[in-house]
Structures are given as C-alpha cells and as structure tokens.
Design a protein around this ligand. Structure first.
Ligand SMILES: [Zn+2]
Length: 157
C-alpha cells in the first residue's frame, strides 16, 4: 500500500510543480479509482481568481465528470497538502473513501491538524486518512516556492 500511495502521490507532486510554473502556490491532487488515476489537478486560485479553485475541488469535479456521479465512494484522493475546511467539506460531501496527504497544514489543515472534519461521526460520512506520504517532498515544494517568492520581492521584480 505504501509504495502504491507514494506512486500516486508522485502524480500529485507533478501537478503541484505545474502550479509553481504558473506562479500558483504548488499544491497538487489526484484521484484514484480501481487502482487507476482518473483525475489530476493543481491549485489555480490566482489564474482563475476563484476562491474555489483549490486542487482538491478541481480534482473532485473532474472525477465526478469521469464517473458520471457526484458520489466518489470507491475513490482515494491524494493531495500534497492537508485539506482546508472547504476541501474537507467537499470530501465529506463526495463520500470519498480515503484521503492521503503529504504535508500538514498548521494554518488551515482540517484532516487532523486544526480540526478533523474527515473523522467526525456526527457527519454522515467519514474518510480514512493516511498522512505524511512523501511529506518532506511535498513540504519542500511549498517552502522553496515561498522562499523564491520572497527573494523576487526583495529584488523588486
Ligand atoms: Zn482547500
């Protein structure tokens, strides 16, 4: 399982790198159904100027279209950063079975860090969580991105 998870997380990391190329905060996601990737996306908040354009919401929408259903009961979502409250909400709504994430998010994480919206039995759905898959690599993507951003700002370009 761990090897498979790492392989699928690599796809999410590739997506995150595409985001960085567009000067978007590098967060990427993929969805696996029956051991196959059916959707992949990355954060597009700046490009689309949409609050909703988080990688997870985009990848969920793609998977909905692919499967032809709003229910993603047999799917696993891979994402490089722990989901925020909005995305954790969408994960509950979509009935995703399992969520695998890389880096923890101390500022918005709702899959165990600040809150755990995915494992609350007051909701009508819970998702299994696997945290810390390729954690360092996922965290470094963000660290490097913000470091570069600060340097560019300092240089005034
Ligand atoms: Zn989010």
């Amino acid at each position: 399982m761990k090897l498979f998870d790492e392989k699928m997380m690599q796809i999410a990391i590739q997506e995150a790198k595409k985001a960085a190329e567009k000067n978007e905060v590098p967060i990427g996601a993929s969805i696996v159904y029956k051991n196959e990737i059916i959707a992949r996306a990355y954060n597009l908040r700046e490009t689309s100027q949409s609050t909703l354009a988080h990688a997870e919401l985009l990848v969920i929408q793609q998977a909905n279209q692919k499967i032809g259903s709003w229910r993603l009961e047999d799917c696993t979502l891979y994402v490089t950063l722990e989901p925020c409250p909005m995305c954790a909400g969408a994960i509950v709504q979509s009935r995703i079975k399992r969520v695998v994430y890389g880096a923890k998010d101390p500022k918005a994480g709702c899959a165990g860090t600040l809150l755990n919206l995915l494992n609350d039995d007051r909701f009508n759905h819970q998702a299994e969580i696997t945290a810390g898959i390729l954690e360092t690599e996922c965290a470094n993507l963000l660290k490097d991105f913000f470091k570069e951003l600060r340097q560019r700002k300092k240089q005034g370009s």
